[in-house]
Ligand binder design. Structure first.
Ligand code: HEC
Length: 156
């Protein structure tokens, strides 16, 4: 479907027929990761998937998540909740909300439990400054016994 649409656009915008390579979509690394769990925030009306990079998945599978090893990256990807137009009892992802990250590097982030906090802007992982990370960390603090992570992996 994409190709005819592009072709139409090109022929309308230029007199000479040219072949234009389709622009590669921004592809953030987390889109290739495996799922650890899902969540549904009733207060914020968001559905989320929690993903882990290879290091995170290996740690989950071997049960070595207290603490999670350095090199772990956890992604929390959220969408606004939406009632399925095809099945009214199902809540499915609507509009994309955000993709947030926790990066484990105990040397780099000693003040926030060894975790760096950030988010993806399209395909780029942008880490928060110390002040902003401290706000994230404060809410994760009650999970100290689980290395500041709320998610219990259910899909190791
Ligand atoms: C008000 C409390 C609160 C704040 C502030 C907060 N989080 Fe969380 N975070 C949670 C809760 C609760 C979860 C569990 C899953 C969910 O909410 O969907 C979570 C989960 C996560 C996860 C998945 C790993 C885990 O712990 O389960 C990541 C990644 C994450 N948060 C990143 C961030 C980042 C980055 C910030 C700051 C920009 C932040 N969080 C701020 C409450 C918070």
């Amino acid at each position: 479907l994409l190709i005819p649409a592009l072709a139409l656009f090109c022929s309308a915008s230029s007199a000479e027929p040219t072949v234009v390579a389709a622009k590669k979509q921004d592809h953030a690394e987390y889109k290739d990761w495996l799922a650890l769990s899902v969540s549904h925030r009733l207060d914020k009306k968001l559905v989320r998937i929690i993903l882990g990079n290879e290091k995170a998945i290996a740690a989950a599978r071997s049960g070595t998540t207290t603490p999670w090893p350095d090199g772990t990256i956890l992604a929390k990807v959220g969408w606004k909740e939406r009632v399925s137009p095809d099945w009214s009892e199902a809540v499915i992802p609507g509009e994309f909300a955000s993709a947030e990250a926790m990066v484990k590097d105990s040397k780099k982030y000693p003040e926030t439990g060894g975790w760096g906090f950030g988010h993806w802007e399209a395909d780029k992982l942008v880490m928060n400054d110390k002040e902003k990370s401290a706000v994230c960390f404060a809410c994760h603090l009650p999970m100290k016994a689980k290395d500041y992570v709320f998610t219990t992996p259910v899909l190791q």
